[in-house]
Design a protein around this ligand. Structure first.
Ligand code: NZQ
Ligand code: ZN
Length: 388
């Protein structure tokens, strides 16, 4: 049965190769001082920085530079960003970059007017914001996380060896996001495919749970097929605008809460991947890719019906004369073939993980229920070892 739910998405999107101009429509809605949040400098090389600063200045904004948001933004960087926003009485946070900048902006937004340490409050105690929130806007330069249209924010604490996500309420979602597929074209191929696998896995996490005949699962299958199709075009020709557009749009829908409506979800691949990230600081999408196949092969017998459906509907596996186990296994083999074709990490060794790190990664893994098999710590260790 489709479960009961409410649904609203608070983020306004501007999509397309002319979408940056709509920043002019949005900026007048917010105060004069804008914290311009960006990463390690890619936006200076590809010209996006100059274009955004030009629009901010034309709109009379005072710019507070907040550069150097690293992939997998840290609790220390978050504290610095909060301090910067406080000192400059910032009215608006504009993130220009990938999920890391967008996630970081949301974390700053809920922390500026709050006395508590943000890491402890939001990522350890999982409290909700009880102070005034600074609004966030996002100009996306990498497709993957869905952060542009959701309330998620993932922060890493290297001292504590933890990488933890908090899904806030809709008031923390970006007020608007600007999605120009051309902005993603300067991504190195490795980052592009890491983003592609992140998208695909977000869909899987919401698909491989429950047995119901649910419209959300049909939408998920369509999104998966679009991601597979477009990614194969984009790895051959990264400049293919149509493929890059489809990837960007799929990323947004893969994790803006739509396809989880009315059903249960799993998220254990993300829990394993985040734990790998906490210990290694590896690229998010690659951490997911490295653990996925051992994870799905482990849970397949417990959710066989769905894995059969996945094989037939997503990969076009011919079921004729085969057992359910054979059909489901062929589906996972097709997934493996596609992952190799686009070039994601196929094991944890590629990410620098060694056998002596397994226990620490297992310690950092948060075990969730909702999947076809509720894991024990031993299951976590087994999947991590198989992923090496
Ligand atoms: O820092 P710069 O120089 O900008 O370089 C970035 C970074 O090195 C580069 N890049 C981005 N756009 C580019 C570009 N390089 C050239 N041209 C461009 N157009 O790509 C690198 C990775 O960027 P990052 O923002 O870290 O990647 P991503 O979008 O994958 O974000 C990863 C973070 O998001 C979290 C992850 O855990 C990780 O911390 N997630 C957030 C989620 C959410 N909010 O719902 C869900 C996800 O599952 C994920 O956990
Ligand atoms: Zn992800």
């Amino acid at each position: 049965m489709l479960g009961n739910f409410s649904y609203r998405n608070a983020t306004k999107l501007y999509f397309g190769d002319d979408s940056l101009k709509y920043l002019n429509d949005e900026l007048p809605k917010y105060g004069d001082t804008v914290q311009l949040i960006y990463g390690g400098g890619s936006i200076k090389k590809n010209g996006i920085y100059d274009a955004v600063v030009g629009i901010l200045k034309a709109n009379g904004k005072t710019i507070v530079e907040d550069a150097g948001v690293m992939p997998n933004p840290t609790a220390d960087k978050l504290r610095e960003g909060v301090q910067l926003a406080r000192e400059n009485h910032v009215d608006f946070l504009l993130a220009v970059g990938g999920g890391s900048c967008c996630d970081y902006a949301k974390a700053v937004s809920v922390s500026v007017n709050c006395d508590d340490d943000p890491w402890e409050k939001y990522y350890i105690r999982f409290e909700e914001p009880d102070c005034e929130i600074i609004p966030v806007g996002c100009i996306l330069t990498m497709a993957g996380t869905g952060s542009e249209m959701n309330a998620g924010s993932v922060i890493t604490n290297h001292e504590q060896k933890l990488k933890i996500g908090h899904v806030f309420g809709e008031e923390v979602m970006p007020r608007f996001s600007i999605l120009n597929p051309k902005f993603t074209m300067s991504l190195p191929k490795r980052q592009m495919v890491a983003g592609v696998y992140d998208i695909f896995n977000h869909i899987c996490e919401q698909y491989f749970s429950g047995e119901d005949d649910n419209t959300s699962d049909y939408i998920a299958e369509a999104l998966m097929k679009s991601v597979i199709h477009s990614s194969l075009i984009a790895v051959e020709d990264p400049e293919d605008y149509e493929a890059r557009s489809n990837i960007m749009w799929s990323a947004t829908w893969a994790l803006n809460t739509l396809i989880s409506r009315g059903k249960t979800t799993d998220w254990m691949v993300h829990m394993l991947g985040q734990a790998v990230g906490a210990i290694t600081d590896a690229t998010h999408g690659m951490t997911l890719a490295a653990v996925s196949l051992p994870y799905y092969r482990t849970i397949m017998p417990y959710g066989l019906k769905k894995f059969v459906r996945f094989a037939k509907e997503v990969w076009g596996v011919d079921p004729d004369g085969k057992t359910d186990e054979e059909i489901a296994s062929e589906g996972l083999a097709a997934l493996e073939g596609w992952m190799k074709q686009i070039g994601v990490a196929m094991n944890l060794s590629e990410l620098g993980v060694t056998a002596d790190m397994i226990e620490a990664i297992a310690d950092a893994t948060i075990i969730l229920d909702g999947g076809y098999k509720v894991f024990t710590r031993d299951d976590v260790v087994k999947v991590l070892k198989e992923s090496l």
